[in-house]
Design a protein. Structure first.
Length: 296
């Protein structure tokens, strides 16, 4: 089922992001434990990322294909411009289509580790909007794109970045999934600008990452350019080395944020699971999003 069809049939669209495990043992755990546990939470679909610099492109395709064909669940593959020519992209899309994949998350992607700046393939694309237009021209897929409530870290003006996000929708994107954030006002400003100033009419789904500990979330935020409110930093620092207390607080915070976003009227929430099911399971139960049958 395509993403646009899923949104029409769901009052609240909940989805989960996975990443390709680095080892065979990790992949076994993903399919035998993590995915079954996450599917009990009734997500509308799953997504799977690339590794840094597009390093797991084929593994991503393999995992998404297995979810679709073996687990019989809707899954979207990430697709980036990193190191990819037009021919590479066409080859990937042909394989995806033959494996029953209908949905893509189209991104520019980050520069490979060790590179200071993103360098497009000579026969590839420099910006995500070009990739979206290319995919739309080829046809056959619904397309999700990234949005940055605080602006992309490489863009000097967040409003310019938001205009570029709207341009991706104009080029053919069917939905926006945001980068993680921890100040709801950042999301509300982003959403208001896109909807009321730029006329964006596709679903805008906030991305939520449940915090595990201070070191982990500081590392993630340094990579994606998200800001950690000082009050949040102090709260996590107060737990010291007590990782269980930090994780519990992460669940509480994600629950509070998600509940407020749902009251606000977002069409759904995309959870960054980090290939874990425990925190996400607690959050979904806290929110009361399961059917009575599943909840029992």
């Amino acid at each position: 089922m395509r993403f646009s069809e899923i949104c029409q049939h769901k009052d609240v669209t909940i989805s989960f992001e996975l990443f390709p495990p680095k080892t065979a043992e990790g992949e076994v755990k993903l399919f035998e434990r993590t995915i079954p546990e996450l599917l009990k939470l009734e997500p509308a679909f799953l997504t799977c990322t690339y590794g840094a610099g597009g390093s797991t492109r084929e593994k991503t395709l393999d995992i998404v294909s297995r979810i679709v064909k073996e687990v019989h669940y809707e899954a979207a593959s990430h697709l980036t411009c990193v190191g990819a020519s037009r021919a590479d992209l066409v080859g990937y899309l042909e394989q995806a289509r033959s494996n029953g994949i209908d949905n893509l998350v189209a991104l520019r992607g980050d520069a490979p580790q060790g590179d200071d700046t993103f360098r497009p393939h000579p026969d590839g694309f420099k910006y995500a909007v070009e990739l979206v237009a290319f995919l739309k021209q080829l046809g056959g897929f619904d397309i999700m794109v990234a949005g940055y409530p605080e602006g992309h870290p490489e863009c000097p003006d967040k409003h310019l970045d938001w205009q570029r996000c709207a341009a991706k929708v104009e080029a053919g994107a069917d939905a926006i999934i945001t980068q993680l954030f921890y100040d709801l006002n950042d999301f509300y400003a982003f959403e208001d600008y896109l909807v009321n100033k730029l006329g964006v009419r596709v679903p805008i789904m906030p991305g939520i990452l449940p915090i595990l500990n201070l070191e982990q979330i500081q590392r993630f935020c340094s990579i994606c350019g998200a800001r950690l409110p000082e009050q949040l930093i102090q709260r996590l620092a107060s737990y010291g080395d007590d990782k269980q207390a930090s994780r519990k607080y992460g669940v509480e915070l994600a629950t509070e944020m998600s509940a407020e976003l749902l009251r606000h009227g977002v069409p759904g929430i995309h959870f960054y699971t980090l290939n874990r099911s425990d925190s996400t399971t607690e959050i979904i139960h806290n929110l009361g999003l399961l059917t009575n049958k599943s909840a029992s």
